[in-house]
Design a binder for this molecule. Structure first.
Ligand code: HPA
Length: 277
């Protein structure tokens, strides 16, 4: 449903949350944002509450074709979990507020731990398509920030610290848990570009030079909002393609979706482990 632009952010969030509470979406502990090709993970919840973004007040609907545009809530692994199957990317509107709204909804619902997932282009040449990367930090190359504008003090501070955005303790436990199961979990830095055009080879060289291991078009707005609110964050990137210029071939959206489907099992297991931490 489209937002009433005249009402304040706080009012809009209240309206969204009271609608969701009325549908039984109550007191979620964990919020999971599912990236391209990874939306099917939401099918793991038994007896879920499934709500289309179109029916949720103030929620935009995602427009990327393999994204479902659904909020799915239920008990999974003994925890109350809310999943967002599909995101509203920054490149769809050029409006960071819109891109970050679903993360704000998760915070307003009471989520304390965010598991943010995405499909990304692999910049690190020692990894390959299908590699899973635990995000240890990010570089925001979007040129924008969802906290620009009036700060709502009850949500968090004006100048939030970003030093420990991707929770160190959880990362270390997740790496251990993955290693015990023989899952290869890399760790690295995610660079957000605005998209929707993929990066140029020169931009990828630039990103590598400044310390990035993966390139994508999401995650950063949500991580900033969750960190602002003091939530724990785990970020997981699936390398769906080698980033532009690494191989002598063009990039395609279809390749990204296909790799997501192929890596579903390992990805699902890592998200399971992250929920169980
Ligand atoms: N670049 C940016 N975003 C992406 C890519 C990429 O190579 N692959 C999947 N999402």
């Amino acid at each position: 449903m489209t937002a009433d632009t005249n009402s304040t952010l706080t009012e809009r969030l209240k309206e969204t949350v009271s609608f969701l509470n009325g549908k039984g979406v109550k007191d979620p502990e964990i919020g999971i944002i599912l990236g391209s090709g990874l939306n099917d993970f939401a099918d793991n919840i038994a007896d879920p509450v499934v709500l289309s973004y179109d029916d949720i007040p103030n929620m935009q609907s995602g427009k990327v074709s393999d994204h479902r545009g659904q909020l799915v809530f239920g008990i999974y692994k003994g925890k109350r979990v809310v999943m967002l199957a599909g995101r509203f990317h920054y490149y769809e509107s050029g409006d960071m507020q819109k891109a970050a709204y679903p993360a704000r909804v998760l915070v307003a619902l009471g989520v304390k731990r965010f598991i943010i997932t995405n499909a990304a282009g692999c910049i690190n040449k020692t990894w390959k398509v299908g590699s899973l990367m635990l995000i240890k930090d990010h570089i925001n190359l979007s040129g924008n920030n969802p906290l620009i504008g009036d700060n709502i003090q009850e949500f968090g501070p004006r100048f939030p610290d970003m030093t420990y955005t991707y929770n160190r303790e959880l990362r270390s436990r997740l790496k251990e848990a993955a290693a015990e199961e023989g899952i290869d979990l890399c760790e690295g830095v995610y660079a957000m570009f605005s998209g929707p055009s993929f990066e140029t080879p020169a931009e990828i060289i630039f990103a590598r030079t400044i310390g990035a291991d993966a390139a994508g078009m999401s995650t950063v707005p949500e991580a900033i909002i969750a960190n602002h609110a003091g939530c724990e964050i785990i970020g997981i990137s699936l390398m769906t393609n080698m980033a532009a210029g690494i191989l002598d071939q063009p990039l395609s959206g279809a390749e990204v979706t296909e790799a997501g489907i192929k890596a579903r099992k390992a990805f699902g297991r890592v998200v399971d482990l992250a929920i169980e931490l």
